[in-house]
Design a protein around this ligand. Structure first.
Ligand SMILES: Nc1ncnc2c1ncn2[C@@H]1O[C@H](COP(=O)(O)OP(=O)(O)OP(=O)(O)O)[C@@H](O)[C@H]1O
Ligand SMILES: O=P(O)(O)OC[C@H]1O[C@H](OP(=O)(O)OP(=O)(O)O)[C@H](O)[C@@H]1O
Ligand SMILES: O=C(O)c1cccnc1
Length: 476
C-alpha cells in the first residue's frame, strides 16, 4: 500500500505545527465534508471513494524518510517532528455508505478528532472522495441516458494520469458501467474487463477481410469487429458478414460490431438492417467516439440501433464539469467536554456552513419514495409515530408534513476511536446499492438537464442553532 501521509497541502502541516506550539493540537474538533453544487451540474451526486478513504486513514504514519523531508523544509520545530513519529489517527469518522446518493449542503463525512489529525486529512480526503464521486455520478448519468444498454469505460488513455484512469474506472463501474478496458483496474478492484480491437489491427493486414478473418480465427467465440477503418457500409460491414458466415459454418455465433466514426444514428440503423438481412439478429452494435450522456440521449431519442456504448474521454474526465467542489469545514470545537459550534460567515449565504455535530436522515413515503433529507444535530431524534413537519431553511413558510413515513439515517461509523469499522464490499454490491437507491428517487431529480431540486432541510434544532449563531456577534 502506498504511503500517502504527505499527500496534503503544506498549510495543513504548518497549521499543525502552529497548533502544537500553542498546545491546542489535542483539542477535539468536528469537521464536515460537503459540496455546494452537484457533480456534473446534475440533480444528485453519488458518493464514491469511501473504501480508499478508509485505507488512507488506516495507513497514516510518518516514515523516517517523510520526517527527514519535512525537517529539510526548515519550517517545523524538532518537538513537532518528534511528535509526528507516533502519529496515528485516533478519532471518529462517520460517513455515508459508498454509493449513497447525496445532495448539496449535506454532511457526507464528519470527522471528530484531535485538531492536528483532523487538519492533516482534509486534503487527501477531499481529493479521494471528490474525484471518485464525480466520475461515479458522470457514469450514472451516462448509463441513465443509455437506458439499460451496457456502457463500457474506455477512458484510460485520456484520463488525467494513471491514478485518475484507474480509480476513475472503479468509480465508473460503481456508477453503472458494465466494465472497463483498464486491466490494472480490473485486477485491483475485481471489476469486469472488456474490449474489442483497434484500427491498427485492421491496418496491419493487407486487406480488411484478412484482418477480420484473422481476428475470428483467434477469437471465434468472442468475435466483435471494428468496421469503420475504411468504409462502414461499403467495406467494413460486407467483410464482417463474410467472416461471420465463416464462423457460423464452423458452429460459432459472432458477437457483434463496433463503429467509431460517422453518423452513428444512420450507420447503426443501416448496419442492423443489413445484419438482419444476412440472418444476424441481436448482435452487439457498439458505438464509440467522444460520446457522453447528451449525445447518447439524443441518439436514443432519434432512434438508433446502437445497443452497447464505449465511452472514454468525456466520462473519465467528466469533461463538461470536470471537478466536484467538495469542501471540508470546521463545524465545532470541544471545550471542557462541551461542543462549541463554529460557523463561517460569508457575504455569500451559500457559503455559510451548518454548525455543530450533525447527521442526515432521509424521509421516505409509504411507497419507499424519497421525499426529502433532513440535516439534524447528532443527538436529535425523530418520533416516527407522530407527523413530521419540515420547512425550507430560507423560505421558512414552505413546509411539508409527512404522516405515513419512514426515516433512514445515512451516516455509518467509518472509524471509532481510531479503529476502522469499514467492511469491505465487492464492487457489485456497491453498484447494486447505487441502483436500488436511485430507484427510490423520482425521475425529475435524475433528468440530465434542469433537474428538480431535491429538498434538503435543517431540523428545528439545527436551524435555531445556526440562526442564533449568525445573530450573535460572537461569530465575527
Ligand atoms: N425545502 C422545503 N421544505 C419543506 N417543504 C417545502 C420545501 N420546498 C417546498 N416545499 C413545499 O412543498 C410543496 C411542494 O412543493 P414543490 O416540491 O413543488 O416545491 P416548490 O415550492 O414548488 O419549489 P420548486 O420551485 O423547487 O418546485 C409545497 O407545499 C411547498 O411549499
Ligand atoms: O472517443 P472516446 O469516448 O474517448 O473513447 C475512446 C476512444 O479511444 C479509441 O480511439 P483512439 O485513441 O484510437 O482515437 P480516435 O479518437 O482517433 O479513434 C476508441 O476507438 C475510442 O474512440
Ligand atoms: O476495447 C476497445 O474497443 C477500446 C478500448 C479502449 C479505448 N477504445 C476502445
Amino acid at each position: 500500500m502506498r504511503n500517502l501521509t504527505l499527500l496534503t497541502d503544506l498549510y495543513q502541516l504548518t497549521m499543525m505545527n502552529g497548533y502544537y506550539e500553542k498546545n491546542i493540537h489535542e483539542d477535539i474538533v468536528v469537521f464536515d465534508m460537503f459540496f455546494r453544487k452537484n457533480a456534473c451540474d446534475g440533480g444528485y451526486t453519488i458518493i464514491c471513494g469511501i473504501e480508499q478513504l478508509a485505507e488512507y486513514i488506516n495507513n497514516l504514519h510518518f516514515s523516517d524518510d517523510d520526517l527527514d523531508y519535512l525537517r529539510s523544509l526548515n519550517l517545523f520545530s524538532e518537538g513537532f517532528l518528534n511528535f509526528l513519529k507516533d502519529f496515528k489517527f485516533t478519532g471518529d469518522i462517520y460517513a455515508v455508505e459508498e454509493g449513497t446518493v447525496m445532495f448539496p449542503g449535506e454532511p457526507i463525512i464528519t470527522v471528530k478528532a484531535p485538531l492536528y489529525q483532523a487538519q492533516l486529512i482534509e486534503t487527501a480526503l477531499l481529493t479521494i472522495v471528490n474525484f471518485q464521486s464525480l466520475i461515479a455520478t458522470k457514469a450514472s448519468r451516462v448509463c441513465y441516458a443509455a437506458q439499460g444498454d451496457p456502457v463500457l469505460e474506455f477512458g484510460l488513455r485520456r484520463a488525467q494520469g494513471p491514478d485518475a484512469g484507474t480509480y476513475g474506472a472503479r468509480a465508473a463501474v460503481i456508477g453503472g458501467c458494465a466494465g472497463t478496458a483498464n486491466v490494472l483496474a480490473g485486477k485491483m478492484f475485481d471489476i469486469p474487463v472488456v474490449g474489442t480491437h483497434a484500427h491498427s489491427w485492421v491496418q496491419k493486414f493487407d486487406t480488411e477481410l484478412e484482418a477480420f478473418q484473422a481476428y475470428a480465427d483467434v477469437y471465434p467465440d468472442n468475435c466483435l469487429l471494428l468496421i469503420d477503418t475504411y468504409n462502414v457500409l461499403k467495406s467494413g460491414l460486407p467483410n464482417a458478414i463474410k467472416v461471420f458466415d465463416n464462423l457460423r459454418a464452423k458452429g460459432y455465433e459472432p458477437n457483434g460490431i463496433r463503429i467509431d466514426s460517422g453518423d452513428l444514428q444512420y450507420l447503426s440503423n443501416e448496419v442492423k438492417k443489413e445484419l438482419e438481412k444476412a440472418g444476424y439478429h441481436n448482435l452487439k452494435i457498439t458505438a464509440s467516439n467522444d460520446l457522453d450522456e447528451y449525445i447518447i440521449s439524443d441518439l436514443k431519442s432519434s432512434g438508433t440501433a446502437v445497443n452497447s456504448w464505449g465511452v472514454g474521454t468525456k466520462l473519465i474526465t467528466s469533461a463538461e464539469a470536470p471537478s466536484l467542489g467538495g469542501v471540508y469545514k470546521l463545524a465545532g470545537s470541544y471545550k471542557d467536554n462541551e461542543l462549541i459550534p463554529k460557523i463561517k460567515v460569508s457575504e455569500d449565504p451559500e457559503k455559510i456552513n451548518n454548525p455543530g455535530y450533525k447527521k442526515v436522515v432521509r424521509i421516505f413515503d409509504k411507497d419507499n419514495v424519497a421525499q426529502a433529507d433532513l440535516i439534524m444535530l447528532k443527538d436529535e431524534a425523530i418520533d416516527t409515530t407522530k407527523p413530521l413537519t419540515i420547512f425550507h431553511p430560507t423560505y421558512t413558510w414552505k413546509k411539508s408534513t409527512f404522516e405515513d413515513y419512514t426515516v433512514k439515517e445515512l451516516h455509518k461509523p467509518l472509524f471509532i476511536d481510531g479503529e476502522c469499522k469499514y467492511e469491505y464490499k465487492p464492487i457489485n454490491e456497491i453498484k447494486a446499492y447505487v441502483n436500488s437507491q436511485l430507484e427510490t428517487f423520482w425521475d425529475s431529480y435524475k433528468r440530465l438537464t434542469s433537474p428538480k431540486k431535491y429538498k434538503v432541510d435543517l431540523s428545528k434544532g439545527l436551524w435555531n442553532l445556526k440562526t442564533d449563531l449568525l445573530a450573535s456577534k460572537k461569530v465575527f
